[in-house]
Design a protein around this ligand. Structure first.
Ligand code: GLV
Ligand code: MN
Ligand code: MN
Length: 427
């Protein structure tokens, strides 16, 4: 047992990094396959991770439960029960062949910070809630931020009928997980219950490393648009149909993809586009592909720029489809505006960084985060922690324990000095 007095507070803090990294490693072993980390929404491994996080929350002195969409929710009461909360958190789902830090670092750090307060018997003039969002990545159902949208009350019930690649609907997957798809609304929180939402996350880029800084203060989360495109031509015999008479959907998709890449490459305003998934049907060596489906992920520094780029891309791939006599269908599967971090809250994150002895450095987030949904019910801020080589969405993703510890100390300081801002005062 550790001593609970001010003299040993530094010692307690220095152990936070080790505790967090130990748990990151444990959570990183809960995966669809042992070789490639994948913990996708509503799968058995997703459930096993939720159960482990619930246990950690309870150990930390939080009252914890699973909400209606599968978010892991913990609450640490303030000086008296029922006070509005400062919400902390991040997501516990992963991409495929993921790193183990994206999401879990923010969630586990928040739990360890509360555990530290609890060990010291410290209660604050507000409650703290920690949320492990169930789906931020959107790997399974081509629809992202499902957990945080449910909390923000903006979950779109239409996505319940969307199907994964095995043909399982989200409705059935929720039921198999033990949740009631007709009661997602129960996860929604009122703005009056939240004072702010703060997320710690790995940077997922190389900027902090280049600045020789362990942490950075996020200015805004860049907006994103995701599209699902499908081209339909005519399947046929690979040995008999002459090249000029083919309506090959896969070569059409290939031309669309290089068109998208060219458009982004030649854009001087920071447009970024990715085709991360493609599926050709019927999928046999000796059959001309009659159908091809692919995704498009587009991001730009401003919403206006991104919207113009989406329109340009759709126009250009329509032209490719027309020339090749293919039928094109494009659906928007995700659209999120750029979310600015609230100046008053960002200033408190910066103060905590400075108080821990680090240079305050601001940077935007090119990656998406749950704050993009939480902005509908609370002001949002983020603290980035340096990651090695800026590598993310890759098994080599890595954060040094010293940086984990610094991130945790900054978050703890922020929590302990937190002052509600103008938005919460109005509620
Ligand atoms: C989430 O990781 C994203 O795609 O930005
Ligand atoms: Mn991610
Ligand atoms: Mn993430």
């Amino acid at each position: 047992m550790r001593e609970m007095n001010a003299e040993t507070a530094g010692l307690q803090h220095s152990s936070l990094g080790d505790e967090i990294v130990g748990r990151i490693n444990r959570l990183g072993q809960i995966s669809e396959t042992p070789e490639h980390l994948a913990r996708v929404f509503l799968t058995p491994e997703h459930r096993a991770a939720a159960d482990l996080i619930l246990a950690w929350m309870r150990d930390a002195g939080l009252h914890a439960h699973l909400d209606a969409i599968g978010n892991v929710c913990g609450r640490y009461e303030g000086e008296r029960p029922g006070l509005p909360c400062l919400m902390l958190g991040s997501h516990y789902d992963t991409v495929r062949d993921a790193g183990k830090w994206d999401g879990p670092l923010g969630l586990i750090t928040a739990i360890s910070c509360v555990a530290d307060l609890h060990r010291r018997g410290r209660r604050l003039p507000f409650a703290i809630e920690v949320t492990g969002f169930a789906d931020e990545e959107g790997v399974r159902f081509a629809s992202t931020l499902l957990g945080s949208r449910a909390v923000a009350g903006t979950f779109n019930e239409r996505v319940l009928s969307s199907k994964d690649s095995a043909g399982i609907s989200m409705r059935d997957a929720l039921a198999a997980f033990g949740l009631d798809p007709d009661h997602i609304g129960a996860a929604a929180r009122a703005p009056s219950e939240l004072l702010a939402y703060v997320e710690l996350h790995i940077e997922q880029g190389p900027v902090l490393e280049a600045e020789h800084l362990p942490v950075g203060v996020v200015t805004a989360i860049a907006g994103a648009t995701r599209l699902a495109a499908s081209l339909t031509g005519m399947a046929g015999h690979a040995g008999t149909v002459p090249m000029l008479l083919r309506r090959d959907a896969l070569t059409g998709a290939a031309e669309c993809i290089t068109t998208i890449e060219e458009l982004c490459r030649t854009d001087d305003g920071g447009l970024i586009g990715t085709v991360g998934y493609i599926h050709a049907m019927p999928g046999a060596t000796n059959v001309i592909p009659g159908q091809a489906a692919f995704t498009i992920d587009l991001r730009a520094p401003t919403d206006a720029h991104r919207k113009r780029a989406v329109a340009d891309i759709v126009r250009q791939i329509e032209a490719v489809a027309k020339r090749r006599k293919l039928v094109l269908q494009v659906d928007v599967t995700h659209e999120n505006r750029t979310v600015p971090c609230a100046p008053w809250l960002k200033a408190q994150v910066a103060d905590a960084v400075a108080a821990e002895g680090h240079r305050v450095f601001e940077l935007p987030s090119g990656a998406g985060h749950d704050g993009m949904a939480m902005i509908d019910i609370a002001d949002v801020a983020m603290l980035f922690v340096r990651c090695r080589g800026g590598i993310s969405h890759h098994p080599d993703e890595h954060v040094e324990v010293a940086d984990v510890d610094i991130g945790a100390r900054v978050l703890l300081r922020l929590i302990e000095s937190f002052q509600p801002g103008p938005r919460s005062a109005k509620m």
